[in-house]
Design a protein around this ligand. Structure first.
Ligand code: PPE
Length: 313
């Protein structure tokens, strides 16, 4: 991992090596944390965080769902993130805010454990391999089902919930695939271990609905808006596993994965086995939006507004 110099921890910038917690941190034992994954891109106006406010809004919702009061406002965390990127002199980066229950009383009741907040940023390149954006990845439907809303909260981006993704990821990687697709409790298609999923059939774009155990992805939302702006029909509906194989094109969206095509599913070639025409077109507009190159979406780029002291010295 590509270390940066500083991490924002409970209101202060500390050296990367010093951003530590106690081994009795509640979150370490019980997964009581919520987090975000964001990316800042180098744009004409400087580093800009893609849909920063939406990520912060989701962080606060995830925290609320787990009864975790965040001791800062969204605007304070936004400013802290800007300062962190500027002070680390990162032209582009991945950003990881984490809100978690710290060391306090042990046991399942977390309410008396302190709520701690950290924000880290570092440079993180291709998530699913260097060629993934162009060539696509090979994916397999997991034997693990996506967590369901009757036992956990798919809508929350909560640390403990990721054990589900970890199991699916290990299974797929050990079997020689780059990614796993999870079905929901009913057996409908849900999402990847860290990505939402889109299916193209006969020129129409489908994606699983909110009720299919998905995380309500911010890039899913961005790509749906872009697809409509480009004149495509987008349908949110339950998808049967076989529709993945019958699809003309498949792709996934996520902050880390950006817009990654799937070229094989369960050892079936998807379409022609290359990035399809609709995927290619949406990916281009989406990458332009991420990098602040499309004026239609410039409100999505939160330009880092703090001058780096080192950069101006
Ligand atoms: N589903 C899951 C389960 C998920 O973790 C992500 C993001 C998404 C969908 C897409 O959401 P969004 O980024 O808002 O479009 N996964 C994050 C964590 C990845 C990781 O390896 O850690 C991410 O992409 O940052």
């Amino acid at each position: 991992m590509d270390q940066a110099d500083l991490i924002w921890m409970n209101g202060e910038l500390v050296a990367w090596e010093d951003a530590k917690v106690h081994v009795l941190t509640h979150c370490l034992h019980y997964g009581t944390g919520v987090f975000e994954g964001e990316r800042a891109y180098s744009t004409d106006r400087g580093p800009a965080i893609f849909r920063h406010r939406e990520h912060l809004a989701r962080l606060f919702k995830s925290a609320e769902l787990y009864y975790m009061p965040i001791p800062y406002t969204a605007e304070e965390l936004r400013g802290a993130t800007h300062e962190l990127i500027a002070r680390n002199e990162l032209p582009s980066c991945y950003i990881r805010p984490l809100v978690f229950r710290g060391a306090g009383p042990m046991g399942l009741n977390p309410l008396d454990a302190p709520v701690e907040v950290v924000i880290a940023a570092w440079s993180w390149g291709a998530y699913l391999g260097d060629d993934a954006l162009e060539q696509g990845v090979r994916a397999k439907v997991s034997s693990w089902r996506r967590i369901s809303s009757d036992s956990l909260i798919p809508h929350a981006k909560a640390s403990g919930q990721y054990l589900n993704s970890v199991l699916a990821k290990i299974e797929s990687v050990r079997a020689g695939y780059e990614e796993a697709i999870l079905l929901d409790a009913q057996g409908f298609v849900s999402e990847g271990t860290g990505e939402n999923l889109f299916v193209v059939m006969d020129g129409v774009i489908y994606t699983p609905p909110q009720t299919a155990g998905i995380l309500d992805g911010i890039n899913r939302d961005a790509v749906m808006r872009i697809a409509r702006d480009e004149g495509f029909e987008i349908v949110e509906r339950n998808l049967a596993r076989a529709e993945l194989t019958l699809a003309d094109e498949l792709f996934m969206t996520g902050t880390a994965a950006e817009l990654t095509p799937i070229r094989e599913i369960d050892d079936h070639v998807v379409g022609d086995g290359v990035r399809g025409p609709i995927t290619t077109r949406l990916q281009k507009v989406f990458l332009d939006a991420l990098h602040g190159r499309d004026p239609r979406y410039s409100e999505w780029n939160d330009v880092v507004s703090v001058e780096s002291p080192k950069a101006t010295a």
